[in-house]
Every structure is written in C-alpha cells, then in structure tokens.
Design a binder for this molecule. Structure first.
Ligand code: HEM
Length: 398
C-alpha cells in the first residue's frame, strides 16, 4: 500500500501530466527504444510513427495517477491492455526497463520541477501500478490456450475484398496445439510474429489480427488489410503477409486474446437488438460475432451496418449475406463513403434503436467519431462496446 504522502504527491502531479503527458511518453519511447534496441522486436513502429502509442500510454499513466487511491478503478483498462501485453509476450522482467525510462523522461521534461520527492513518489507509484499489470497478466498467461509462440501453416489465402485477404492457418504437428480444444471467442484476435525483410527491416514485427470465424474445423481464420505504405514502417507486415507469404508457409502465432466480446446473457434473449457497426477491415471481429450470435440464438434482432469506401472494398459480401439470411430478423445497411456521406449522429439516431447493444470496430478515427456521436445521443454507455485497430487508450477520456 502506498503511503498517504506518496499518494498526495501523485495526485498533485495530475495537472502536470494533463499538460505534459504526451511529451513525457514520447521522450520515454525515444530514450527506451534508443537504448534497448532489443525492444524494437516488440513495438509496432507504425504506431510509434503515428503517435498513437505515446498518447495511449500518457492516458493510462494519467488514469492511474487520478485513481492512485484505488487502482481497482482502472482494472477494465488494465485488462484490455493486459490482453495485448500477454498476446505480445511482455514479461514481468520488462517492467523495470519501462519504469526506469518513465522516471528518466519525467525528469527530462519537467527539469527542476521534478523534485526528488516527486521522482521518489513516482518510482513507488510505478511499482504499485506495475504490480497490478503483472498480476493480471499472470492470470492471462495461465489461462492462455497455448504458451508462447507456436508455428502454424498457411492452408488458405482468400481475397475477401480488393484490399483484404483472409488467411486460414493450422497448427504444425510440432506445435502441439489441438485447435478442436481451443475455445474461440468471437471478437478476439490472434497475434502474428513475423520477420519481414523489405524496407531494410531488422526486427521481428508483431501484429494483432481479429479472428473472422468461431468455427475452426478448416483452421483458424483471420483477415489482414493491405496498408498502403506512405510512410516506411506503415504497411510493413501487411505487405509481407499479402505479397510474400503463400499457402504452405509458416507463421508464428500466440494464443487468442482480447476482451471485445459479446454480452453472454444478452445473446440468449430477443428484446435487446444486437447492432454490429463496422468500417473497412473492422468488419472482421463483427463477422465472427454475427456467426456466434446465430449459432447461439438466431431469433435475436440484428442490425448489420457496414461502411467501406466502395463496393470493391466491402469485405466478406457473400458470406455476410449468407449469414444474415439465417437470422430471424435483421436489417442490413451498407454505406459506401465514395458516394454517400459518412455515418453521423443523424444516421445513428434514425437507424439504431435506442435500447440496442452496440459493437463497433474500425480505425481509431472511425471509433472516436462513433463514440462521440453515440454520446450526443445519450445511448447507454454500458451498451456501447468498441475495439479500434490501434491502441484503445488513445480514444479514451479519463
Ligand atoms: C501496449 C501501457 C508496460 C510493451 C500498451 C498500450 C498501453 C500500454 C496503454 C496500448 C494497448 C493497446 O494497443 O490497446 C502500459 C503501462 C505499462 C506498460 C501503463 C506499465 C505499467 C509495458 C512493458 C512493456 C510494454 C513493461 C515491455 C517492454 C508494450 C508493447 C505494446 C504495449 C510492445 C504494443 C505497442 C505497439 O506495438 O503499438 N502498453 N504498458 N508495456 N505495451 Fe505496454
């Protein structure tokens, strides 16, 4: 338990974090990744380049500072981040490196304002925050469907839109993974470890991809959008998977992870409709959710709202139609932003029932705008669930 004095100092630093948080975390990443090159095997350089990761870390540290009296208030955030850490195989021994560099960045940015009392209080607080993460992640490691990275063989590659490929993979005999015994929960993702050599890349690259289907008899399925590399690290892995990986090749996967999952109780009833709202490749986890809802209870009303740039980029078209045909009651709304306006609050007010349970997935920008629109409509916040493709904490207000 942190002393009262430490907690008081941490709370006093909240306005400073609000003002300088992102500068501190940018400095932190620059120093840490500069001095510990081996960590470049874990961090997504595209997220670094876009700045989303610095903003996500700053928001998390701020949330922890605000709730330093009772860190259990940030547990939902820790769970969501812990799933990512477990999927990336972040270990307890990594935490001191992060702690050391966070304190160093605080000192560097705040200068003389970072008194020894403030630095000592933050050192102590970081230890407490790290312990919360490590204990939640330990449970996740214990519960994972398989340990570490396992080798899988690509058994199928299917172009499901002009820029999205669905991969089907099966565990190698050497992997000792029996897919029939792996619980596949709609909304979860798997994490792929690859080592692309294009663009002079020297490091492993880890990426999360949503699982497209809860059935695994043909193999585990996930979808990858080809990111157009305007900036070098962006698109490194998707380009590798699309262009360099073929049927018969091997990929390393860690076990499914993630807490973006359907409300189990609501799946069984018919009063509260299920709204599945996606943009672009965000359709992937929602496709698995549609399938899971159908298998459990096809009578529940479903609103399928899928936005994409145009018809060519509208993924899984025939598959979605085939599944929706099996629903007792559904509405399908397709939005092509090349020829009609983007989804806004007026659209949501008219098309989404006020009492529906809503699952949203798309880019960070799409999520931010959907969450803002729903808040203006006063939709019950417990009934809005979302997973951006990118660090979620960059979209959260604490
Ligand atoms: C991701 C916070 C410790 C490595 C993240 C994210 C947050 C976060 C908010 C974004 C999650 C998302 O994508 O939704 C923290 C906090 C920590 C901590 C508050 C300490 C208490 C660590 C440690 C490591 C680490 C010790 C290992 C050196 C990573 C990596 C990612 C990540 C590799 C994915 C980033 C990317 O590639 O974009 N963390 N983390 N984290 N964290 Fe941590």
């Amino acid at each position: 338990m942190l002393s009262e004095q430490t907690r008081a100092i941490i709370k006093q630093t909240v306005p400073v974090l609000e003002q300088h948080g992102t500068v501190i975390t940018k400095t932190f990443y620059r120093n840490m990744l500069g001095d510990n090159k081996e960590l470049l095997n874990y961090f997504n350089r595209a997220n670094q380049a876009k700045g989303a990761q610095s903003s996500a870390l700053a928001t998390t540290v701020l949330a922890a500072a605000k709730h330093i009296d009772d860190l259990s208030a940030i547990l939902p955030h820790v769970e969501q981040i812990g799933h990512k850490h477990r999927a990336l195989q972040i270990m307890p021994e990594h935490y001191p490196i992060v702690g050391k560099n966070l304190l160093r960045a605080i000192k560097e940015v705040l200068g003389d304002a970072a008194t020894p009392e403030i630095i000592n209080a933050w050192a102590e607080a970081y230890g407490a925050i790290a312990d919360v993460f490590i204990s939640i992640e330990k449970k996740m490691y214990d519960e994972a469907a398989w340990p570490g990275w396992k080798s899988f063989e690509v058994v199928d590659k299917d172009q499901v839109s002009s820029d999205i490929v669905e991969f089907t993979v099966k565990p190698d005999a050497s992997s000792d993974v029996d897919l029939a015994k792996v619980p596949i929960v709609a909304g979860q993702y798997i994490t792929v470890k690859s080592h692309p050599t294009r663009h002079n890349n020297e490091y492993d690259a880890l990426r999360h991809y949503s699982i497209c289907s809860v059935t695994s008899d043909r193999g585990l399925r996930f979808a990858v959008k080809l990111e157009q590399p305007r900036d070098k690290p962006i698109g490194l892995v998707s380009e590798y998977l699309h262009k360099d990986v073929s049927v018969g090749d091997k990929l390393f996967l860690s076990a499914p992870a993630g807490d973006f999952t359907l409300d189990e109780e609501l799946m069984n009833q018919t009063e509260v409709p299920l709204v599945l709202l996606s943009a672009g490749v965000g359709v992937t986890p929602l496709l698995a959710m549609l399938e899971a809802q159908l298998l459990r209870n096809p009578e529940r009303p479903i609103f399928w709202i899928q936005s994409s740039y145009d018809e060519a980029t509208q993924a899984f078209k025939p598959h979605v139609e085939e599944l929706l045909e099996k629903c007792e009651s559904y509405e399908k709304i397709i939005v092509h932003t090349s020829k009609s306006s983007r989804i806004d609050d007026k659209f949501l007010k008219e098309r989404v029932p006020g009492h529906a349970d809503v699952y949203i997935c798309g880019s960070l920008e799409f999520m931010r705008s959907m969450v803002d629109h729903f808040s203006t409509l006063n939709h019950k916040s417990d009934f809005i669930h979302y997973e951006p493709f990118g660090p979620k904490m960059a979209t959260v207000k604490v």
